[in-house]
Design a protein around this ligand. Structure first.
Ligand SMILES: Cc1cc2nc3c(=O)[nH]c(=O)nc-3n(C[C@H](O)[C@H](O)[C@H](O)COP(=O)(O)OP(=O)(O)OC[C@H]3O[C@@H](n4cnc5c(N)ncnc54)[C@H](O)[C@@H]3O)c2cc1C
Length: 150
C-alpha cells in the first residue's frame, strides 16, 4: 500500500518549508509530504491526488493577521499590514521626505521617532515567543537612547 500523504498549507513560505522539512525528517517512513507554494498550486495538486484515489491528510497552519489599521501615527506597514521598523524603512521611497533626524532609525523604531514595534506585529519578526519577549526588552533600551538624545 502507498504511504498516505501529508498535505501542508501555509501562506508564509519560510514557515511552510521549515515545517515540511521537519515533518519529512521525522515521518518520511510513514508518510509522503506535499507542500504546495500557493493556493492555486495546492488546489490543483489536491484535485490530482483525489483523481488518483490517494489518501490525503490536510494540515493547515493558522497564522496571524496584524491589526494595525487603527494606528494613526506616521508608520509604514508592509503590504500585509505588519509594521516596518529600523533599516527596512530606508528602502521606502518616502523615507527621505518623512524621516527628519540626522541618524537612521534604531533597530525597532517606526517612522515616528521614539515609537517602537516589537513582536509579531513587526514586519520580519521571527514569530516566536522568545523573540517577541527579547524585542520587547530591546525596545526598552532604544527608548532610553531616544530619551537621552532628546
Ligand atoms: C497557532 C500558533 C502556534 C504558535 N506556536 C508557537 C510555539 O510553539 N512556540 C513559539 O515560540 N511561538 C509560537 N507561536 C508564535 C507566538 O505565539 C508569537 O510569536 C508570540 O505570541 C508573539 O507575541 P506578541 O506579544 O508579539 O503578540 P501576541 O501574543 O499576539 O500579543 C498581542 C496582544 O495584543 C492584543 N491586541 C491586538 N490589538 C490590540 C488593540 N488594538 N488593543 C489592545 N490589545 C490588542 C492581542 O489581543 C494580543 O493579546 C505560535 C503562534 C500561533 C498563531
Amino acid at each position: 500500500m502507498k504511504k498516505p500523504i501529508l498535505f501542508l498549507v501555509d501562506d508564509n513560505s519560510a514557515v511552510l518549508n521549515a515545517v515540511a522539512c521537519d515533518i519529512k525528517s521525522n515521518y518520511r517512513k510513514e508518510y509522503r509530504t506535499i507542500a504546495p507554494q500557493s493556493a492555486t498550486e495546492g488546489l490543483e495538486a489536491l484535485k490530482e491526488l483525489k483523481n488518483k484515489g490517494e489518501t490525503v491528510v490536510l494540515f493547515i497552519f493558522i497564522g496571524a493577521r496584524p491589526y494595525t489599521d487603527w494606528i494613526d501615527i506616521d508608520i509604514v506597514r508592509d503590504k500585509r499590514g505588519f509594521v516596518e521598523t529600523g533599516n527596512a524603512l530606508t528602502h521606502y521611497e518616502e523615507f527621505n521626505k518623512i524621516w527628519k533626524l540626522p541618524r537612521k532609525p534604531h533597530l525597532l523604531e517606526t517612522y515616528s521617532p521614539g515609537i517602537f514595534a516589537a513582536g509579531d506585529v513587526r514586519a520580519g519578526a521571527m514569530n516566536w515567543v522568545a523573540s517577541a519577549v527579547s524585542e520587547g526588552g530591546m525596545a526598552i533600551k532604544f527608548v532610553h537612547e531616544y530619551l537621552a538624545e532628546n
